[in-house]
Design a protein around this ligand. Structure first.
Ligand SMILES: Nc1nc2c(c(=O)[nH]1)N=C([C@H](O)[C@H](O)COP(=O)(O)OP(=O)(O)OP(=O)(O)O)CN2
Ligand SMILES: [Zn+2]
Length: 135
């Protein structure tokens, strides 16, 4: 019997969507306002879900306290109040779209989740725009 356990979290971050090898005009036509050279910010919301068997002794799939600390250490401390393009190594060469950010978050967390458990991350870039990745 598998159960999905979820934890919500959030971080604020600035970014710019562009490809450095493209002209400003081409970036503007593809990324529009998101290509602002002075960056812009979002209040990102995420839902991290771990699915697995309930441990007979604890009754937990995963201890929510451990999940909270893991998200704080690996995601919030790395991304909150950061300029993603400038301050996060991976996004110096990878465009920080919602798709690429959700994959980054999943990759940061996956090594710390029990191998037999499934991991899913939902990332809201705006209240109406969100992406989902589960590996
Ligand atoms: N596939 C993607 N498309 C877009 C991404 C993305 O990450 N992946 N990102 C952006 C912008 O960064 C931003 O998220 C979009 O802003 P906006 O269109 O203003 O979104 P809103 O929800 O605020 O728009 P409303 O018109 O208020 O609904 C663009 N595309
Ligand atoms: Zn944006």
């Amino acid at each position: 019997m598998k159960v999905k356990v979820s934890r919500k979290a959030h971080f604020n971050a600035a970014h710019r969507l562009y490809r450095p090898e493209w002209s400003y005009e081409k970036n503007d036509s593809v990324f529009g306002l998101c290509n602002n050279p002075n960056f812009h910010g979002h209040n990102y919301e995420l839902i991290v879900s771990v699915t697995g068997e309930i441990d007979e002794e604890t009754g937990f799939v995963i201890d929510m306290k451990d999940l909270k600390e893991l998200i704080r250490e690996k995601i919030e401390n790395q991304l909150d109040h950061k300029n993603l393009n400038v301050e996060v190594e991976w996004f110096k060469t990878v465009n920080p779209t919602a798709e690429n950010i959700v994959v980054y978050i999943w990759n940061q967390l996956r090594p710390f989740i029990k191998a037999s458990n499934e991991l899913e991350v939902v990332l809201y870039e705006t209240p109406r725009n969100f992406v989902t990745y589960s590996g």
